[in-house]
Each structure stands twice: as structure tokens, then as C-alpha cells.
Design a protein around this ligand. Structure first.
Ligand SMILES: [Zn+2]
Length: 66
């Protein structure tokens, strides 16, 4: 028994040597995006509600709640 090709870490498809260790540019990109979002998601200060745009806060006033 031998370990055959590991496959793309994203979608498990056969790896394309051109995009090693991924199967395609798309998956390589997806991994990169993941990596970046992980880097950006620094644990620390929570975002205060004031920093969010009004639409993200929900309907505080002037909605269609009647
Ligand atoms: Zn893939």
C-alpha cells in the first residue's frame, strides 16, 4: 500500500502540477483567501456597534416595524 497523490486540500481533486499543491488556480486562490482572512481576524478588540454602518445594526428607527 502506498500513499497516492494527496489531492487538492480544498476540493480533494487530483493535483495539477502547475498549481501544486492545488488542483487549479481557483483552489489556490481560495486557500490564499482563507489564509488572509485568518490573518486579518486578529483576536482582540471587538468592533463597537457605532463602527458599523446603520444597515448592519438593524432597524433602530424609521423601519417598517409598526
Ligand atoms: Zn481543488
Amino acid at each position: 500500500m502506498s500513499k497516492s497523490k494527496p489531492g487538492c486540500p480544498i476540493c480533494k481533486k487530483p493535483v495539477d502540477p502547475q498549481y501544486k499543491p492545488f488542483c487549479s488556480a481557483r483552489c489556490a486562490d481560495a486557500d490564499l483567501g482563507r489564509w488572509f482572512s485568518g490573518a486579518y481576524a486578529v483576536p482582540g478588540e471587538p468592533v463597537p456597534p457605532e463602527a458599523l454602518p446603520p444597515e448592519a445594526r438593524g432597524d433602530e428607527e424609521g423601519g417598517d416595524q409598526h
